[in-house]
Design a protein around this ligand. Sequence first.
Ligand code: ADP
Ligand code: MG
Length: 295
Amino acid sequence: MGTEVSVTLWHEDAGQGRRAIDAVMEQMHRVDKQWNPEDADSELSQINIDAANGVATVSTELSLVLDKALYYSRLSGGAFDISFASVARYYNYREGIAPQPDLQSKALKAVDYRLIKLDVSRRRLHFENPDLQIDLGGIAKGYAVDRAVALLEQRGIEHASISAGGDSRLLGDRRGRPWMVGIRNPRAAEGEVALVLPLQDIAFSTSGDYERFYLDPESGERIHHIINPGTGKSAGELMSVSVLGPRGFDTDPLSTTLFVLGVERGMALVETLDDFDAIMIDADGQVHYSSGLTD
Ligand code: ADP
Ligand code: MG
């Protein structure tokens, strides 16, 4: 998943605590391996080939994640769209490489979630454009974090914090006190926080333009990893979005969705969702809160 995973938990028995951490890490490695787009043998790589050429059969687990991804695509009018990868596959953020304009416009035609045909009950998947490719980078971490929390709950653990990059889930509190969760200052050195929130029993996802990016040498523009599916280019209105809610499987895609939508449309969407709140830092560094957080 291209990020760091961390686990903090309490258990009366040190050995059982250690085994619980091992189980979480095993789960993370399993999800990473299964949906790693850079591994030609992963399930994701295989279905990308099969669904573009015909019909792919997907695992029950993948059909669940695809179904959720398509739900957020419909909810956001396509701001969240796992077919962004049809264009993003031609970017290399580490080396500062963007696709040539003709390739970019051909690839952009394949960015459209309505071309992804999923039959959940039969676990069949077909792409209606052979250039269409999907990537789960905007949803897999939140899903994995939820699965990991479920493993801890099965073991009777009541106080834990699990994070995979910008996606965290807090189980209970920090033994009598809330967990303190920071939102990074998007333009400061790593580790410097803009805000700290006391939280418990919640999922918390942050999407930022500082995770994977380069500055275009000619325009000075920040080219980063969150793509506006309408243009095939980096979404530019915000520097960071954090979403709070019950599950990472929702807060993760929502943070990416709101990042693309921007302040006005993003806040309007989150206000329609009962269990979710958002904090946005716009391009001028202004902080915006949804109504559930203004107190
Ligand atoms: P991260 O924790 O990696 O910063 P985010 O939640 O911010 O994760 O999601 C960014 C990732 O989502 C990108 O690296 C990419 O894999 C994927 N992504 C980018 N744009 C979109 C989009 N418009 N719809 C769905 N997924 C996207
Ligand atoms: Mg996300």
